[in-house]
Design a protein around this ligand. Structure first.
Ligand SMILES: C[C@@H](O)[C@H](NC(=O)OP(=O)(O)OC[C@H]1O[C@@H](n2cnc3c(N)ncnc32)[C@H](O)[C@@H]1O)C(=O)O
Ligand SMILES: [Fe+2]
Length: 610
């Protein structure tokens, strides 16, 4: 099959011909280069109107000149997201071409094209995908017929965030390559401190662009600012990518988008994947930046699946989100989701050590999460004096979790040290404070800041992600058979809402309340807690853990963000997220501030493609 692709969402007017038999893609592009400042939508659209007919002509006449011209089987175009005036030019050109050639029309989502090109060329089965482009930044994973958004920027796209700084210092568009070149010239001294903002698998760049502008205005050498900007921005993207791999159990990562051309970003992602035995693939530059090559490649897959458009329904969509696209071209049943059970990072080791001086160690488990190594230790008896917290009766056989935040080689060593230290301290402090506010959390037994290590009480017998994924259906049945108060996932979700409301009312934010950070079900602890400290049966078997990204805040926006992170993790996992989200919000509404729920609608609806 031979498919003509047309791209023109913002700056690149491009046409391409992809031949599925030879897997060759012929690309012709004409970029718009603003004389000053960033992209002006009207000028960009004028550029598209001039340049698109030219690039299409070139590709078509080249094709016709080939010996044994086999014609064109479909016309694919970028339907969105992008700048409305530009997209309209592309849509009109594509419709008239499909009509003239009398072939089907295919409407391609530009963001899905950015990632499918990497999947196509790597041959990976089921990767997590990081899109690092100008106007966007997000992590996607395929689940149940859609690409779900596992995490995304809460404000600017990554390229735009960097370009905002380069505009400030008077460099021409695009700024990304100039920042990369300047960063190489930095002298490697102390790393400038810039905001590093990760919330679950979401992240924010708005503070970092302004802080970089301020640093430059304060006379910091531009090379140092560029260096720090890259270390922070790409460190954040690499961290959330690792978290997505860990949470989904996926072991393949592909990179897409124009910023993916940056060597430092590729190096970080490569180092991170190597350290966790995951495969990393970044396509060559021409398949990363905008052009019609990726549109023709995905267009061909869609056309082969019969996923074509009738003219009346072929309108463009400037806010076209990747999770709105029904994935018709993948027949595989495989999925990535929060409940991923093929956690390659985990292994179980029976240690058998039975030294009474250190308590009897019945089993030892080493689990590699995204940022920490967790060891579970069975102890015969907990030494009362070693507890930082007080609260449960001594002398019970107890399971401990030893959690160590391991150094990350992909990250700048200074940044790495301060992140691990800060998170260890926050986790210890907030875990205890939350419990005092009535939210069930593990007891903190020991805090070792220099080694970024915490010793915590083991709570729950599985996490909520496993529940949503159906893994623990058996557990539920067993509970029912034993005549216990067996609870459905909606019940857990509701309780999480209540817990977050209590936490927020006490002026705290969890920072990462995903379904993996909710531990459920522990009969022994229920018995121990029920009726005490005002903790009732329903609430006592749902625990919040992992407060490393937590902080103190009474702001409605920060509280709404917690709810958004939780709901994002539910949507990424559950086949039917709606009832869970409803239960969660009703639980929150019971004890929490209504304003936060209103703000949540805002956060959700915020257009992120400006
Ligand atoms: C909606 C669509 O129009 C948009 N496309 C887009 O932004 O073009 P793309 O080619 O994916 O990315 C361009 C961005 O990529 C950055 N860029 C290019 N080379 C870079 C480099 N070596 N280092 C850092 N950034 C780089 C540019 O500065 C610019 O911000 C998108 O995909 O979000
Ligand atoms: Fe793009």
């Amino acid at each position: 099959m031979r498919v003509l692709g047309i791209e023109g969402t913002a700056w690149c007017a491009s046409a391409a011909l992809h031949d599925t038999e030879t897997d060759e893609t012929r690309i012709e592009s004409n970029p718009y280069e603003p004389e000053s400042g960033g992209i002006h939508p009207r000028e960009a659209a004028e550029h598209m109107a001039d340049a698109i007919p030219e690039v299409v002509d070139t590709v078509l006449s080249d094709a016709a000149a080939e010996p044994g011209d086999r014609g064109i089987d479909a016309v694919a175009f970028s339907r969105g997201p992008g700048l409305g005036p530009c997209l309209r030019v592309v849509g009109t050109a594509a419709r008239s071409l499909a009509g003239a050639l009398d072939v089907p029309l295919v409407g391609v989502n530009h963001m899905v094209a950015h990632l499918e090109v990497g999947r196509h060329r790597s041959g990976f089965e089921n990767p997590v995908c990081l899109n690092a482009s100008g106007a966007n930044a997000h992590l996607l994973g395929y689940h149940d017929g859609r690409y779900r958004i596992l995490g995304e920027t809460m404000d600017a796209g990554v390229g735009n965030a960097i370009d905002k700084f380069t505009r400030h210092v008077g460099w021409s568009h695009p700024g990304g390559p100039k920042v990369e070149a300047a960063a190489v010239e930095a002298d490697g001294g102390a790393l400038l401190d810039l905001p590093y903002v990760v919330k679950g698998m979401d992240f924010s760049f708005s503070g970092i662009s302004s802080a970089a502008n301020d640093a430059y205005d304060d006379g910091e050498p531009i090379e140092e600012v560029c260096f720090a900007l890259q270390e922070h921005v790409f460190g954040m993207l690499t961290e959330v990518s690792e978290r997505a791999l860990s949470l989904t159990g996926a072991d393949e990562l592909v990179l897409g988008g124009g910023v993916g051309q940056n060597d430092r970003l590729r190096e970080m992602l490569d180092t991170m994947c190597a350290a966790r035995d995951a495969e990393f693939y970044a396509p060559e530059s021409k398949f990363l930046r905008d052009n019609a090559g990726m549109i023709a490649i995905l267009g061909a897959k869609m056309a082969a699946a019969g996923d074509t458009l009738q003219i009346p329904e072929s309108s463009i969509d400037p806010n076209f989100r990747p999770d709105e696209v029904p994935v018709t071209w993948r027949s595989d049943a495989s999925s990535v989701g929060y409940g991923g059970t093929s956690d390659r990072g985990s292994r179980e080791v029976e240690s058998g050590s039975d030294d009474p001086a250190h308590g009897s160690r019945e089993s030892y488990r080493d689990r590699r999460g995204a940022e920490a190594v967790v060891e579970i230790v069975e102890e015969g008896r907990v030494d009362e004096a070693s507890r930082v917290d007080e609260g449960i009766d001594g002398g019970v056989a107890s399971r401990l979790v030893v959690k160590r935040r391991v150094p990350k080689r992909y990250r700048h060593p200074e940044l790495d040290r301060s992140i691990r230290r800060d998170r260890t301290v926050s986790e210890a402090r907030l875990t205890s404070e939350a419990r005092r506010a009535g939210v069930p959390t593990p007891l903190v037994h020991d805090v070792d800041v220099p080694n970024a290590t915490l010793t915590l009480q083991h709570v729950g017998d599985h996490d909520l992600a496993a529940d949503l994924d159906g893994v623990s259906k058996a557990t539920e049945k067993r509970g029912a058979a034993e005549g216990e108060n067996s609870r459905r996932p909606e019940g857990w979700a509701r309780t999480v809402g209540e817990h977050l409301a209590r936490l927020h009312s006490a002026g705290m934010v969890h920072g990462d309340p995903t379904t993996r950070n909710v531990r459920v079900g522990d009969r022994r602890l229920n018995a121990d807690r029920t009726g005490r400290e005002g903790v009732d049966q329903a609430a006592a078997d749902v625990f919040l853990i992992d407060f490393g990204l937590g902080y103190h805040s009474g702001h409605v926006e920060d509280h709404a963000m917690d709810l958004h992170v939780f709901e994002g993790s539910v949507v990424a996992t559950a086949a039917e997220p709606e009832p869970l989200i409803e239960a969660f919000e009703s639980g929150y509404g019971e004890y929490g501030n209504r304003e936060v729920l209103d703000r949540l609608r805002d956060v959700r609806g915020r257009g992120r493609y400006q």
